[in-house]
Design a protein around this ligand. Structure first.
Ligand code: NAD
Length: 367
């Protein structure tokens, strides 16, 4: 049985300043202090890792304390910029040693998609909580392996679904749940951008696991589920390619897809790497509608309904996300829309089905 100290370390509670008795999400009652801070190491110091690091400067409950990178010069620059001690710096060969570092609670995996699974599992085996970027893995089989590995290690697995904490998104979700739009029977999700450099990892099947669906279309998949508050039971999909040189076999440029839900609701979505400013959610019910555009970009998000605009302060998404994830891990807080591994896995199952439906040209049943 794990000692109390080991348990506290696993739960990210290595400081023994204690005040409130709370049940954490593993069902154990533990005493924690809700001003405690989640100490995070970022793995993958690329463009999104940098965005997260900058946003974390304003966090109240999460702090950047470590890095994992294969590039020595980047590590040195981040040490300087964020005051990271040498003992919290790792590379991809030695980061399993993080298990012996009591000053890091969680690792945020922000690498190309194909590395999410192997690196997340290594982090879990090192006894640290895992925060992993979307898409959580290359497919549902991998996603399930990650969920199982984190469960076995007794650590949290959270997926970087920043929109699940965004104020206007949450207001639309609240109104939908309260029935303000009546019975919601239609969702439209449009997700895309025009991708540049043909040599980047996003256009490499081995590293990305696919194309636009994996990277941006997943926002419409995920959005349809939280906007309709249901899980789809079937999908159909069609793939279109205008540039087969840039978008090679297995790298989708554009996919249109449809999903059917148990209530009779349907979703109609577009995922593409060929159109800029494509970022829109539309939800229609028997009594009203909600529209968001932009709906999943870095913001400010704009949202309105048949009753008028939705107003909320814009806070950098990644700042809110990391503070809320700290509360999930440290306090056992339950988010309004889940961000755990099971949530990520639900999207991967649907993405797998969309690829299959596009390939065979037939409706694919889910569940
Ligand atoms: P990026 O190319 O800018 O950064 C990737 C980092 O991984 C680089 O520092 C690179 O050096 C490192 N890396 C480690 N091993 C590598 C390898 N074998 N090949 C290539 N690079 C390797 O990419 P990014 O835009 O930062 O995306 C990283 C992850 O973050 C992706 O999974 C992406 O889907 C996700 N992302 C999420 C959001 C969001 O809003 N949630 C936004 C952008 C990216």
């Amino acid at each position: 049985m794990a000692s109390r100290r080991e348990f506290l370390q696993k739960a990210g509670l290595s400081t023994l300043a204690i005040s409130l008795p709370l049940a954490n999400s593993f069902g154990k009652t533990n005493e924690i202090k809700n001003d405690q801070v989640l100490r995070v190491a970022i793995m993958g110091l690329g463009s999104y890792g940098t965005r997260v690091a900058e946003a974390m400067k304003d966090c109240k409950r999460a702090k950047l304390v470590g890095v994992i990178s294969g590039t020595r010069s980047k590590v040195e620059a981040w040490q300087q910029k964020y005051g990271i001690p040498a003992k919290n710096c790792y590379n991809y060969e030695n980061f399993d040693q993080i298990k012996d570092n009591p000053d890091i609670d969680a690792v945020y995996v922000i690498t190309p998609n194909s590395l999410h699974k192997p690196y997340s599992i290594r982090v879990a085996k090192a006894g640290k909580h895992v925060i992993c970027e979307k898409p959580m893995a290359l497919n549902a089989v991998e996603g399930k392996e990650m969920v199982d590995a984190c469960k076995a290690a007794g650590v949290h697995l959270l997926i970087g679904y920043r929109m699940h904490f965004e104020a206007k998104t949450l207001e639309v979700v609240k109104r939908q749940r309260e029935g303000a739009f009546g019975k919601t029977l239609f969702f439209q999700g449009l997700s895309g951008f025009s991708i540049g450099d043909p040599t980047q990892w996003r256009l490499n099947r081995e590293l990305a696991g696919g194309g636009s669906m994996m990277d941006i279309g997943i926002y419409s998949v995920n959005g349809s589920r939280y906007m309709l508050d249901e899980e789809p039971i079937w999908v159909t999909a069609q793939e279109v390619k205008t540039d087969p040189v840039k978008f090679k076999e297995g790298v989708d440029e554009t996919i249109t897809f449809q999903m059917g839900f148990p209530s009779g609701a349907v979703a109609s979505c577009l995922s593409t790497y060929s159109l800029n400013n494509l970022d829109k959610f539309f939800l229609n019910g028997t009594k009203g509608f909600a529209e968001m555009q932009p709906s999943t970009g870095y913001g400010p998000i704009k949202a309105w309904t048949n009753q008028g605009p939705i107003e909320a302060e814009h806070i950098t998404h990644q700042t809110t996300q990391m503070d809320e994830m700290a509360a999930i891990i440290l306090d056992g807080k339950k988010p309004i829309i889940p961000v755990d591994g099971e949530e990520g896995l639900k999207d991967m199952v649907i993405v797998d089905a969309i690829y299959k439906a596009a390939k065979i040209g037939e409706k694919v049943m889910l569940g």
